[in-house]
Write a protein that binds this ligand. Structure first.
Ligand code: ZN
Length: 350
């Protein structure tokens, strides 16, 4: 993810701040931020989406899914033990081999989407998106999205001398991959009426400076999807991105681009979370600043796929060497899984 968080001016308290541009209901402009602080505006304690729901327990079918958060957390460690997995590196190659085997053994249909990642003033690098398809014959499909490359530099370390030390990015991408590695064990029996594609993108972090391009893999994936519009024979109706959301104490507020581009999907997912008392999901936006975050979900929104980013914008170890597997919470992985599995269970082919 790329922070576009700008501190909002509060009654002129902050000098040198630009004008606040309310995002309203329109598609947000990139690099602007929203000033309306809360979702919904009326009464956050009584969200509309929950009115027609019984205070609930997961139904029996969903309980049987049995997502194992401990095992998912172990997968984070397994991937981080490879070391850095920068696009085009040996670490990335090892990771690809491990994942292809893992998903293949569990019955997913694995497709490697290979492309050349070009970054300003650098040689092109071979990159690979992995697409793991479940129920491949279904024409209505959803994307579960994460990235699996690690950043070449830990650029949030205060001491620049630390930037080039090995950075394993446990909660930044890796957690999402591990989440899918565990979910894969349950996909064949998962109660859902739609096809599900795990889309694990490369080139999210292949960034060395402020002027570099972000999100190479998700942009490539979205471009290919758009190009194949007339021939592909299926449609993505929703996308959910997992980023920086699996640590203890995660606060998963509603991200601005997600809200502006996919309100119904936000309400569906945060509504299910409220109903399940999945407390990390907070049906709020920033109170004193924007919560707009550029991330891989933007590429999906750009090609007409409603997409949300499940993210904690304030993860303390973001792009620091301290983003290590011990920060991952098995309980939090289970909480996110419960919400997503229940949401998948509500989807029916139209
Ligand atoms: Zn990152």
């Amino acid at each position: 993810m790329r922070r576009v968080i700008l501190w909002a001016c509060v009654a002129g308290l902050v000098a040198g701040c630009g004008p606040i541009e309310p995002a309203g209901d329109d598609k947000p402009k990139r690099d602007t931020f929203a000033s309306d602080a809360q979702v919904p505006k009326e009464d956050p304690k009584k969200p509309k989406f929950a009115e027609d729901r019984q205070p609930g327990k997961p139904d029996d079918k969903e309980k049987k899914v049995g997502f194992d958060g401990e095992r998912a957390a172990k997968h984070v460690k397994e991937l981080c033990d490879i070391g850095p997995r920068i696009s085009g590196s040996d670490g990335m190659k090892k990771q690809i081999e491990l994942l292809v085997k893992h998903f293949d053994d569990l019955g997913g249909k694995v497709t490697k989407q290979e492309f050349q990642g070009t970054q300003k003033n650098r040689k092109a690098v071979g990159m690979t998106n992995l697409i793991v398809s479940w129920f491949p014959d279904r024409k209505q499909r959803v994307v579960l999205l994460t990235h699996y490359d690690t950043r070449p530099i830990a650029d949030q370390e205060a001491n620049k001398n630390n930037w080039n030390k090995p950075f394993v990015s446990a909660n930044d991408g890796t957690g999402g991959v591990a989440f899918m590695m565990e979910l894969a064990r349950h996909m064949k029996d998962l109660p859902t009426g739609v096809g599900v594609d795990f889309v694990i993108v490369d080139g999210e972090e292949y960034v060395f400076g402020d002027n570099d391009d972000y999100f190479l893999g998700s942009k490539h994936f979205a471009d290919e999807y758009k190009k194949a519009e007339k021939t592909r024979g299926f449609k993505y109706t929703a996308g959910v991105l997992f980023d920086l959301c699996f640590h203890d104490g995660a606060k998963l507020k509603v991200e601005d681009y997600s809200w502006n581009g996919a309100k119904d999907l936000v309400n569906a997912i945060w509504g299910i979370a409220a109903n399940r008392k999945a407390k990390s999901f907070q049906y709020l936006r920033g109170f004193d600043r924007s919560t707009a975050v550029q991330d891989d979900h933007l590429a999906l929104l750009d090609v007409g796929i409603p997409a949300v980013d499940i993210i904690d914008f304030d993860y303390a170890d973001w792009h620091k060497l301290s983003d290590t597997p011990d920060k991952i919470s098995a309980k939090q992985m289970t909480e996110v899984a419960g919400v997503i599995v229940e949401w998948l269970g509500t989807l029916k082919e139209k």
